[in-house]
Design a protein around this ligand. Sequence first.
Ligand code: SF4
Length: 530
Amino acid sequence: MSELRNQPEFIELTEVVDREEHEFADMAARHFKARAKMALENDTLRASFRGASDFLMAKRRSVFPDEEMLQALRDRGEAARQRSLQDLPDLLELLEQNLIANGIQVHWAETAQQANQIIHDIMVANNARSVVKGKSMVSEEIELNHYLEARGIECLESDMGEYLVQLAKEAPSHIVMPVIHKNKQQIARLMHTRATTPDGEAVPYSEDVDDLIGNARAILRQKFRQADVGISGVNMAIAETGTLLLVENEGNGRMSTTVPPVHIAITGIEKVVRSLSDVPELLTLLPRSATGQIITTYVNMISGPRKAEEPDGPEQVHLVLLDNGRSKMFNHPDLKPTLQCIRCGACMNHCPVYARIGGHAYGSTYPGPIGQVVTPQLDSSGGLGVHADMVNACSLNGACGEACPVRIPLPDLIRKLRAEANAPVTVQHDGKPHVNGSGSHRSLAESLIWQGWSQLHRHSALYRLTTTAITKGRVLMPSKLSPWTNTRVMPKPAASSLHQLAKKAGVPSSAADIKTAQTPDATDNREGKS
Ligand code: SF4
């Protein structure tokens, strides 16, 4: 064992890393509002997210210099995803046929539990004790590492960000850049105190990015060779050719899918596309939107296990197709566009809420705007009953919808989920599709306020009467309206309404006034007066 580990500096740094781990665990155990508050009070975290969001937004802008071209690309990306979803059941059948024809074993999992069980069964059948994993958000969604580790199987993340998050005993805070919340010093401490070199030594402390990557590479290389199974995600599954497409930058995806004798890929059922001709459009949008790259370093296309004449590659390839609430999204007329997502993370990078509170505050696998939409729908037990506060953490500024490369109407979906959370309980019993927890946050007072609001805007006489009453009674308005006024000044109604000001200025403000003003006589009269 390294002498280094007994040095006071090492012990001190270990304490810092342990404290950060406890802070994460403490945050994770709390409710959304408490988590958000903790994140807002953490200056280091806020600086990391602000810097990363600004950097990623600028990178994305730089690869889409032509606005017209960007919008045309988004149109095509949206169309490609909608085509796939339109034919989803047929495409999944076609995909299965062609994967089997290519020698890939296909497994269907309705729930996270089933997916974990399937993967564990494959491992047991192969006497496998260790896994090396490429990046896969679906494996995070089903908490695969916990499941396998509880059964004595060693799981090692091989994506650099995921590896660091695993060392920190945290969860990813971004779907593309899992360790975006940590700065260079935090990562250096983590590698130094928690990683072990192939010789069993502590990794030397270094804040140099090349050193950090080089040290991780040396550790992971050996693990790739030793692992019994490699697990990966899938970016697109191509139905007509039975091909699994995987994009990545580090080469760890290629290593995880080719070096161990068994490769298990896992993906949500929505990732299927019909043909290879759908790929270029989506591949043009994905890396540009995610990291501001024209293309990722590696684009892997997996079309079967090693053939007799081939020198390397896995002997078995499995694909686990996970539903876990996706069929329900597919059948919901309003929320179906959720499934268009290509998991680029651009909506997070552009979200002012995400940029301030970061990914862990959401407490879900998928944070940010897409997380707000997808999380209540994936959670079959709590749904909106648990996640309504998260859905409300949105200013509806629309930036996510404008950044989304496949035009998912995120602000609309968030609004719809808010309405579902407040829906009358009868909605759940009238045979229409609904999200779990629909109506769980229904408040009589809020419903009455919105009904009143709606009536007010439908009846002009009532509207005028109310605005007149408000302007007259402005002095009676409360100066505090928590929690809104905790950070804002309570606005005072103006002394005169817009209609009153318009009338005073002689501007026609009602339909009848405008009509009168537009008649030749009226015009003549006005001209005569002037
Ligand atoms: S919702 Fe759109 S922007 Fe957000 S991750 Fe999905 S594809 Fe990307």
